[in-house]
Design a binder for this molecule. Structure first.
Ligand code: TXA
Ligand code: MG
Length: 333
């Protein structure tokens, strides 16, 4: 007997089914404008525990809680004046705000890994928003990949990582941005970027009138617990900022200039467009992860706009994996 695929096209009927599954405490993979998420009722500790188990995610790494309105966000967190300003400009959208938790603690500790803060965002995707409205609960959703692996930008990527352990994957085609949301600490008066993402520092500067701070994390004591060094890790080795190709290496190009005589494995954006490169990034990282490919040399990517998020993900893809008890451990999610 063949296993039935959990992938279904997203429509009003399948969204209603997904909402029922969420309310029943099970997992649903959903599209967002950034990457696919692995969703559960954020208020149900048993349901949230299933996310950590399915992903193999360490329990110290908190989840993003997705809501359909700023009003609902205000019942789960203290919406600071800075957060109000950012939300007015970027929500719905690929910006996650870290805020102080509400006093009643409506969202259980497991969802936020016991922190006094909570990560919230309103996604800008019609299917995600419809699901949030129909489910009538906030949805905790990390990226729908196994912990430490490359994020999923198609329903097929989700199925590759989870198989039948997710009962339903709502398929709405490839995601638009291709990299995750920008995570901002908005607890104070100045925005601090904890994870660069689809909303660029330049766009934040335009709204705030000053450059946001960046708190770069360190593997030993990450400020944003998911920001561990090794992440987005394909099995092959990765060499960055490559302007030549060495023996036994394959080449991943960006833009029209390719080293002489080299046939690249793929090109992140043949015309050199960073937005296109971000959209293609995770699908290409999954594609290059084939048997027989030892090392991939990756062309330099300009570190402006969404290029900052691309370089952040590539740096993590290239980072050495921590070795624990002689085996390789892939942290975070
Ligand atoms: O685009 C996205 O953000 C996707 C879609 C599905 O919404 N989600 C996503 O979730 O990327 P995840 O779990 O893969 O990444 C969430 C990041 C992690 O680095 C986590 O540590 C951080 O947000 N985070 C969550 N809560 C936090 C908190 N209270 N303080 C600091 N960082 C937090
Ligand atoms: Mg992730």
């Amino acid at each position: 007997m063949t296993q039935q695929s959990p992938i279904v096209p997203a429509n009003l009927e399948t969204i209603a089914k997904a909402a029922e599954i969420i309310r029943a405490g099970q997992l649903v993979a959903l599209p967002t404008e950034t990457v696919y998420g692995l969703g559960a009722d954020a208020t149900n500790p048993e349901a949230v525990a299933k996310i950590f188990t399915a992903k193999g995610r360490p329990s110290f790494n908190p989840l993003i809680v997705h809501v359909a309105s700023l009003e609902l966000a205000g019942t789960l967190a203290e919406v600071t004046p800075l957060a109000e300003r950012l939300a007015a400009n970027f929500w719905p959208g690929p910006l996650t705000l870290i805020l102080p938790r509400d006093e009643q603690r409506r969202i259980p500790d497991i969802t936020v890994a016991g922190l006094d803060t909570i990560a919230i965002r309103i996604p800008n995707h019609p299917i995600a928003l419809e699901l949030l409205i129909k489910a009538e609960v906030p949805i905790a959703a990390p990226s729908a990949n196994r912990s430490g692996h490359v994020s999923a930008t198609t329903a097929a990527h989700v199925a590759d990582d989870f198989g039948a352990s997710v009962s339903l994957i709502l398929d709405a085609g490839p995601t638009v941005h291709g990299v995750e949301s920008t995570v901002i600490d908005a607890t104070g008066s100045v925005p601090v970027i904890l994870r660069p993402g689809a909303i660029t520092a330049e766009a934040l500067t335009d709204v705030i009138g000053a450059q946001p701070e960046t708190r770069s994390s360190h593997a030993a004591s990450p400020t944003s617990p998911g920001q561990l060094e090794s992440h987005y890790a394909p099995n092959c080795r990765v060499r960055l900022n490559a302007t030549d190709v060495r023996p036994n290496e394959h080449y991943l190009a960006f833009g029209p200039a390719v080293p002489d005589g080299i046939e690249p494995l793929a090109n992140l954006s043949p015309c050199g467009d960073l937005v296109e490169a971000a959209t293609n990034l995770f699908a290409i990282l999954r594609h290059i992860d084939q048997p027989g490919i030892d090392t991939v040399a990756i062309a330099p990517i300009p570190n402006t706009g969404i290029g900052v998020a691309i370089n952040d993900r590539l740096r993590r893809a290239a980072a050495p994996r921590p070795v624990v008890n002689g085996g390789i451990q892939l942290p975070s999610g």
